[in-house]
Design a binder for this molecule. Structure first.
Ligand code: GTP
Ligand code: MG
Length: 471
């Protein structure tokens, strides 16, 4: 008994070195950040991860699941009272209903606490009882990370850069006219401010549809509860030297500062700075399907997003983090169930090449990174069909559009990622010698055996990379 208490205390004091603990004797917590651009697959990913950690029958590559160290898994109230809870049960119910459906788009941050009872294996196996490890999963839009760049800019600098970018874009025409005819030195009045902000926001939304990614301030696109509030009611204006007090320019300048202080900084302080492990979901197949420009845009957006994982570039963030950093980052190409497994390695190689620049810098900052091709929810089965005397590897699934069963071949990904990335960098309109398609499959109706979570591709490897060493 005494020995066990002692050993337990020892184990815990060791943990405090590596784990996020709030008090000396509290249970270890792993804070897992899940991010990605809109539609990357965050909601489906979290739902599947949690379901497969609760029912571990399909998790052979997660070592502590396979060797029985994880005794049980259960949901608990999350530690942060003011963040919406991730509605896991609703999402799982929809995905596993007799007529399954995909979740709605998410517009805000959310959190879920999954707790695992783990019996330590290894040298403490005999002397300690099971312990509890909490996994706090935080779902946040990747677009929010893009706002980090605003912190070191003044309103005048941001306006200057934003207006310059708008120059070359046809979708910016209306907003540009509105901004250039605005009278920044005249007294601020709210209808004028509101109309300018609306026009600028409409431009940002249109630019996103066109596939542009440098769309700060990120919260203008995903306003949530802040819609219509002053902090989201401003727009860039050409610089005015010594704008009078009470002028439109001065008010927009004040609101820009307020956006930085009341939206950007709290997000980084309250959420980002506390993350231990991060997964970045990337819809690489979707971008390839949309053509070279979409691939290039994805590449630059990911580089900007990952700048947040390179503190040092931003003095404020460096101070805030104080040496703490995310120690593992996983880049996952999602929806890999659109591809026969014989092409998964190529998809992973393309993902790696796409993120090379950004990843190298994150590596430089000391984080351990990896890339994988995954499907959080497998909607297809594999098959081979004969076509013109050749055998091609296809996937079969149910089409979302009309419910038909279809065999699908998305095109052959190149062995050398440069065959895609070079034309993307060169700004080509179309892929030269190939066409890639994606299909929207419906989630397949499931009959799960007891103990099995929803079918997936490599979610067990994902869990092993992100959590395995801490369980
Ligand atoms: N085939 C397949 N499709 C997937 C998978 N995961 C996501 N999808 C598709 O991608 C869409 C977006 O997935 P979500 O999980 O809602 O993406 P999100 O990142 O949460 O999107 P937002 O909340 O809008 O930012 C889904 O509606 C599905 O059509 C998967 O594992 N396999
Ligand atoms: Mg979502």
């Amino acid at each position: 008994m005494v020995l066990s208490t002692l050993a337990d205390g020892l184990a815990r004091s060791l943990e405090t070195v590596t784990d996020t603990v709030t008090a000396p004797f509290s249970d270890p917590v792993i804070r897992l950040g899940v991010t990605g651009l809109s539609r990357a697959g965050k909601t489906v990913f979290i739902t599947s991860l949690v379901a497969n950690l609760m029912d571990r029958g399909r998790m052979p590559q997660l070592v502590p699941a396979a060797n029985g160290a994880i005794r049980s898994a259960y949901l608990q109230p999350q530690p942060d009272d003011t963040i919406p809870r991730f509605p896991f049960e609703d999402h799982l119910a929809k995905l596993t209903a007799p007529q399954p459906s995909w979740p709605e788009g998410t517009r805000r941050i959310s959190e879920l606490r999954l707790s695992l009872r783990v019996q330590p294996t290894g040298f403490l196996a005999g002397v300690t009882g099971p312990r509890t490890v909490h996994i706090d999963i935080v779902d946040y839009p990747g677009e929010w990370l893009l706002d980090l760049g605003l912190l070191e800019k003044s309103y005048a600098e941001w306006s200057h850069e934003t207006l310059a970018r708008m120059e070359g874009r046809s979708v910016a025409l209306a907003a540009r006219d509105a901004i250039h005819s605005a009278k920044g030195a005249e007294p601020h009045d709210e209808p004028t401010a509101g109309a300018l902000a609306a026009s600028f926001t409409a431009y940002l939304n249109a630019a996103r549809k066109e596939g542009f990614s440098d769309l700060s301030p990120g919260r203008f696109l995903l306003p949530g509860d802040l819609e219509g509030s002053p902090v989201l009611t401003f727009a860039p204006l050409p610089e005015i030297d010594r704008a009078p007090r009470g002028s439109l320019y001065r008010e927009f300048e004040r609101r820009f500062e307020s956006y930085k202080n009341k939206i950007v900084k709290p997000f980084f302080k309250d959420h980002f700075a506390r993350i231990d492990r991060q997964i970045v979901l990337v819809d690489v197949l979707g971008a390839i399907h949309n053509g070279p420009r979409a691939v290039e845009d994805l590449r630059t957006a990911m580089a900007d997003i990952l700048a947040a994982f390179r503190p040092g570039r931003n003095a404020w963030l460096t101070r805030l983090l104080g040496g703490k950093r995310v120690d593992k980052i996983l880049f996952a190409a999602t929806k890999a169930d659109h591809l026969h497994h014989s092409q998964h390695a190529k998809l992973t190689a393309i993902t790696q090449a796409l993120l090379r620049e950004a990843k190298d810098r994150a590596d430089f900052a000391g984080a351990h990174t990896s890339a994988m091709s995954i499907a959080a929810l497998r909607t297809t089965t594999e098959d081979s069909v004969q076509h013109d005397g050749a055998t091609i590897d296809v996937v079969r699934g149910q089409l979302l559009s009309d419910g038909r069963q279809a065999a699908f071949y998305p095109g052959a990904l190149p062995d050398d990622p440069a065959h895609l990335l070079a034309p993307a960098r060169a700004g080509d309109e179309k892929w030269l010698d190939a066409d890639y398609s994606v299909m929207n499959f419906a989630p397949a109706p499931l009959t799960l055996r007891p103990g099995d979570g929803p079918p997936h591709i490599r979610m067990d490897r994902v869990a092993q990379f992100l959590l395995g060493d801490r369980l």
